[in-house]
Design a protein around this ligand. Sequence first.
Ligand SMILES: [Mg+2]
Length: 201
Amino acid sequence: MKTMVQTKSGKIPPRELAFDIDGVIADTFRVFVEVAANQYGIPIEYEEITEYDYNKVVDIDEMTGREIIQRILDDPVGIGIQPVSGATEILNRLLRISPLLFVTARTEKNSIIDWMQQNIGFPDMNAVNLIATGSHEDKLPILMEYGIKYFVEDRLETCYLLDKASVTPIVFDQPWNRKPHPFIIAKTWDDIAEMIDWQPC
Ligand SMILES: [Mg+2]
């Protein structure tokens, strides 16, 4: 397991860092589990989701799973997704010294921008850029175009794609990415904060 960032200072310049949203900033699968239990009577443990493709490991019928995911995509505010612990504080701190870039595989960005404004509470969205690629594979070209060298991501398959090019993935720890891999791991947002060069650019 890598733990050190490969820059001169050992820290990441904020302008070289970007973030995935679901599973990194938004505690998306927590809501999946809660909605499945409370609204559909399907008990799932969060820790049971040991595959990104939850259908492989979680006992939920495909239609219901798809319905919950669609609600999560369409209405992240209404369904009650909460920020991952520490994300709000650290992202706001980062915004004071650098513009921020978020790259999501969601197909539609307005609903998640609304979620971000209401839950992360950026005082000013002018320096916040959010790109919805519509596919996991299209994240890499966007990151390269923006000169991003480090990307915080929870989906291992995407991490392998980025790593093959010149973007270093930082795996945000989740039950579905705890299999052996060669990448840097952030278990918490404090771990991410530790990797950042906080000197004003
Ligand atoms: Mg994600």
